[in-house]
Structures are given as structure tokens and as C-alpha cells.
Write a protein that binds this ligand. Structure first.
Ligand SMILES: [Zn+2]
Length: 204
């Protein structure tokens, strides 16, 4: 199955993905779907320059971002480590505890190309989940990993990072050709885009 990212306006990005039963998870079809999600994060069907076998091209993906309405996300927790990956398939993930201490990190999203923003999130979280075979776990995530998991669990609850940025009228706008320049000094970036029509009010 070749998956495609949904456009920013697609209503499936705003749906809550409910928990899956163990029986459904263990079905052959569902295991194949999980393989397809992994193919997507590694861009295995893309023969262009983004193709990379060892390190995923996409550090986080929730199933509903590509139209699979199941409570599954994939994260690479070796976020900043070049050539090394630590892939987790999180099934039925739920954040069971969030630290009151917050961090501000820049985020982007597969469904929102060229849009970036600084998002306040808890610096530490606990998350409960099943692996793809149905074994249950609880994980404490800190720093970048905590941000990434909160971003993905938001997706599964129908939320996008732009719902949480300070001013959706001034999200950062970075064309692909400008990305290296942006990365050098993201705090000084001064090109903006109004994404307020795409956001949804949430209780922060
Ligand atoms: Zn995203």
C-alpha cells in the first residue's frame, strides 16, 4: 500500500483516532498497514534523493496524517543523531503525565509544508502504549523526544502544532530553497505566513 500525506484542509486531520483492540492489531492486514507506515517514514517507495534506508526521512508520523484512521504513530527517538535511528511504533498511545515545566521548540509537519513554528510543550511526559504486537509499555520521554511524542499524540486527537503556536497569523514561512538559511539561525527568521484559517481553538 502506497500512502500519501493529506492536504492541510483534509478533515481526517481533525478526527480523533480511537484505541484499537488487540485482535484488530494482530490481524495480518493491520500488520501490513504498519509496514506501509514504516515504508512512508523511510520513504522506501521514493527513489529520489530523499530515499534513505538507515535513517528515516520523517522523524514522526501519525497514521491519520496519511489517511489511516487508527491510533498508531511512529517516532524516531534518535532525533539529532546522524546515521542512527531508534524507531518505535506506538499503538494506542496516551500521555498519562505531563510536567508543568515547559520547553519551546520549533516544529514542522508533514501535512503543513513550508510552515514552522515555536510550540510550548511539557519538557517531560509519561506515555503508555502498545508495541505492534500488543505488548504494553510505559515510557518517560524528555526534551526533544517529549516534544515529538506530544506532537504525534496531538495528531491522533485531531490537533495540529499550529493550534498551539503563539500567533497563527505569524507562523514561520520557509520555502524549501531557503531551508538551509533558516536552519542557520531560526530565531532571526522574518518571513511569515497567516495560518489562522487552518487552526482550531483548544484549551491550552
Ligand atoms: Zn505533524
Amino acid at each position: 500500500m502506497t500512502l500519501k500525506r493529506l492536504s492541510p484542509e483534509d478533515p481526517r486531520l481533525r478526527q480523533v483516532c480511537e484505541d484499537m483492540s488487540l485482535a484488530e492489531l494482530r490481524r495480518k492486514e493491520m500488520q501490513k498497514t504498519i509496514d506501509s507506515l514504516l515504508d512512508f517514514v523511510f520513504q522506501r517507495n521514493n527513489k529520489g534523493p530523499a530515499h534513505n534506508k538507515k535513517k528515516p526521512t520523517i522523524i514522526g508520523l501519525s497514521a491519520n496524517q496519511v489517511g489511516v484512521m487508527k491510533r498508531i504513530c511512529i517516532v524516531d527517538l534518535a532525533i539529532r543523531r546522524k546515521g542512527y535511528s531508534e524507531i518505535h511504533v506506538l499503538v494506542n498511545p496516551h500521555i498519562t503525565w505531563r510536567s508543568k515545566t515547559m520547553q519551546l521548540r520549533k516544529e514542522g509537519c508533514v501535512n503543513l509544508p513550508n510552515i514552522w513554528g515555536y510550540v510550548p510543550r511539557s519538557i517531560k511526559i509519561d506515555v503508555s502504549y502498545l508495541d505492534r504486537w500488543g505488548n504494553s509499555y510505559e515510557m518517560r520521554a524528555v526534551g526533544w523526544a517529549a516534544t515529538l511524542i506530544q506532537h504525534e499524540v496531538d495528531h491522533l486527537n485531531g490537533l495540529l502544532f499550529i493550534d498551539r503556536i503563539e500567533d497563527p497569523k505569524k507562523a514561520l514561512h520557509v520555502e524549501e530553497s531557503d531551508f538551509l538559511a533558516y536552519k542557520k539561525d531560526p530565531k532571526k527568521w522574518d518571513k511569515y505566513i497567516d495560518v489562522s484559517k487552518l487552526t482550531r481553538a483548544i484549551s491550552k
